[in-house]
Design a protein around this ligand. Structure first.
Ligand code: NAP
Length: 405
């Protein structure tokens, strides 16, 4: 391969050796890293100390040189009373944010002492929304009205590419002279984006042959994949999951040092602030727990953008106790496919009894219960004035001198 393949005048680039044929053998991974060390004058022993079998990286990454290591903590016990998850769990969290694991842990202990979180999966789907372009708005609208009549044929085309994907319905969204068609799928225990992109592509090929569409694009933006969007709130992109619990006032005071009315007041004030900011949904820090669990459990971490759209509710009951709930609108998680089979992901999924087929809904419920614990804990820390002190105690790693190795 020549250096001037890029076509950029005057720029000579050394491209990363691709070693395509056996690019995933341990030897090739080490060789690529050695090449990089020489090019950059660095040594990369931590990156090279990978225990994940190099061959298993195929399909998950290109040009591998090793792996990064994230600290992994454990939080629990977490009692979950779900349709799919029942029992006591210890939840792996991969993070470098000090105080995060401790915060989730104390929320989990409080929840568990209160009898646990009740969890339910409300909607279990994933979607992709290709867009079709027509000559004018009339042709677009005619297409949008007619397409649902062809559902059975389109479903057969789509499902011909997958054993587990099921096309549930089509939703047409005319926009000017385009129509974005949302393909709503059940994806089994997979996240499903590769699966449904392939299935939708097969269906789109048929639609192009049997409609007045001039061209189409696989993504219109309507699907909300890896984007914050108000359309995520009703559900349909991943799993819509709820978790709730009644926390006795005395227990809240003992474990989280706050009273129900303080948490409800904080909720009210921060809802106002969130409305002022134009936030989609409302929650304290779904993204914290989601990111830490997604890294640990081999999920696609970029999906935190859609998965962190949701609503937390904190209210005082007539009894004086607290009722807390979380609603996750768009939880895109999997127990097969993607990064779930890699060494550390596999071990973390095993910890939760969630490895492999038949466990995605269980994982979703455990994640929802964990986020409920995180919301209780951060809410109480802010309401009681302990937030900064907790981070001073657990969350600072001030370098005395800049790290050298
Ligand atoms: P995948 O690993 O590409 O495919 C999942 C595989 O698991 C399929 O071959 C499926 O078989 C099989 N499978 C076995 N048992 C299953 C079960 N019980 N339930 C469901 N499937 C089962 O993963 P994916 O979930 O389709 O795609 C996820 C990946 O796509 C993520 O890693 C993400 O990073 C990436 N992604 C892709 C796009 C895109 O547009 N292509 C966008 C965003 C993210 P069948 O296919 O025969 O059903």
């Amino acid at each position: 391969m020549s250096d001037d393949e890029t076509g950029l005048p005057g720029v000579l680039l050394d491209l990363v050796p691709r070693m395509t044929k056996q690019g995933y053998s341990r030897e090739q991974v080490d060789k690529r890293r050695a090449w990089l060390e020489e090019k950059t004058g660095t040594t990369l022993p931590h990156i090279g100390a990978m225990t994940i079998p190099a061959e298993s990286l195929r399909g998950n990454i290109e040009n591998p040189i090793g792996s990064v290591q994230m600290p992994l903590g454990i939080a629990g016990p977490l009692v979950v009373n779900g349709d799919h998850a029942q029992g006591t769990f210890y939840v792996p969290l991969a993070t470098t944010e000090g105080a995060l694991v401790r915060s989730y842990e104390r929320g989990m202990v409080t929840l568990s002492r209160a009898g646990g979180a009740v969890t339910r999966v409300v909607v279990d789907e994933n979607r992709i929304s290709p867009t079709f372009v027509f000559d004018d708005v009339a042709a677009a609208l005619a297409f949008a009205r007619e397409l649902p009549l062809r559902f059975d044929t389109i479903r057969a085309r789509a499902e011909s590419t997958t054993r587990h994907g099921r096309l549930l319905r089509l939703e047409c969204h005319p926009i000017g002279r385009e129509v974005a068609v949302t393909f709503c799928f059940s994806t089994g225990d997979a996240h499903g984006m590769n699966m449904i992109a392939k299935a939708a592509a097969a269906a789109c090929a048929w639609i192009m042959e049997h409609s007045a569409a001039r061209r189409f694009y696989m993504f219109s933006g309507v699907e909300g994949e890896k984007k914050a969007a108000a359309s995520l709130l009703p559900g349909g992109k991943g799993k819509r999951v709820v978790a709730g619990a009644r926390i006795p006032a005395a227990l809240l005071q003992t474990h989280l040092h706050a009273e129900p009315r303080q948490l409800a007041d904080l909720w009210h004030r921060t809802v106002l602030g969130s409305i002022h900011a134009g936030t989609l949904g409302y929650n304290g820090h779904f993204a914290n727990g989601l990111t830490a669990m997604f890294i640990a459990l081999g999920q696609d971490v970029a999906n935190v953008v859609n998965a962190s759209t949701g609503v937390t509710s904190l209210e005082v009951l007539e009894s004086g106790d607290l009722y807390a709930s979380v609603t996750l609108s768009s939880l895109t998680v999997a127990t097969v496919g993607g990064g779930t089979a890699l060494g550390t992901s596999r071990e973390c999924l095993q910890l939760l009894g969630c490895l492999g087929a038949g466990h995605a809904a269980r994982l979703a419920e455990i994640i929802a219960a964990s986020l409920l614990a995180g919301e209780l804990s951060i809410g109480a820390a802010i309401a009681s004035g302990e937030f900064v002190a907790a981070h001073e105690q657990y969350g600072r790693n001030r370098p005395e001198t800049p790290p050298t190795s």
